[in-house]
Design a protein around this ligand. Structure first.
Ligand code: RB5
Length: 174
């Protein structure tokens, strides 16, 4: 699937990210993206793991192409999302980190800190992140394979030796 056809975005925030989520979702819809809103739906205090988990799960299951998570710093949301197999959540704070997250890490979830970036910068980050394709360079594919290997080792309780060694060829689907 080409980047331009990835138009279904899961979005979620806690109370700290609620206002920025509304703003980003509106901008995305204006640009023709489909936004699946996983809440929260008010400024009432809530727990970021609840929302982050649901957004991450929707990307992990392929129900949405990408996810966007917003909390106060973006840190809690990204920690949660990165516990979900298949999710590579990138906490970005400028356009450069957004571009690198996609080009080098093939990130599929973006985390933003509503108390760190303002509306305009946040939207510029989202645009940069969405428009940047994965570079598909061999060294980046190899590193992503190692991340997948770590996930598998954790899931199957295989004993890790603290060193991943060489990963030959395309052992795991990208
Ligand atoms: C909520 O006060 C805040 O802790 C949360 O939004 C987030 O920043 C956590 O990482």
């Amino acid at each position: 699937m080409s980047e331009s056809s990835k138009r279904r975005i899961a979005i979620g925030a806690d109370h700290a990210g609620y206002e920025l989520k509304k703003y980003i979702a509106k901008k995305l819809r204006e640009e023709g993206y489909e936004c699946v809103d996983y809440g929260t739906h008010s400024k009432e205090d809530c727990d970021y793991p609840d929302v982050s988990f649901n957004v991450a799960l929707s990307v992990s299951k392929g129900e949405c192409d990408f996810g966007i998570l917003i909390c106060g710093t973006g840190i809690g949301s990204s920690i949660v999302a990165n516990k979900v197999p298949g999710v590579r959540c990138s906490l970005c704070w400028n356009e450069y980190t957004a571009e690198m997250a996609r080009a080098h890490n093939d990130a599929n979830v973006l985390a933003l800190g509503a108390r760190v970036v303002g509306e305009e910068l946040a939207w510029n980050i989202v645009k940069a992140w969405l428009k940047t394709p994965f570079s598909n360079e061999e060294r980046h594919r190899r590193r992503l394979q190692k991340i997948k290997l770590i996930e598998r080792m954790q899931q199957t309780q295989l004993e890790g030796k603290g060193e991943l060694g060489a990963v030959e060829g395309e052992q795991f689907e990208h």
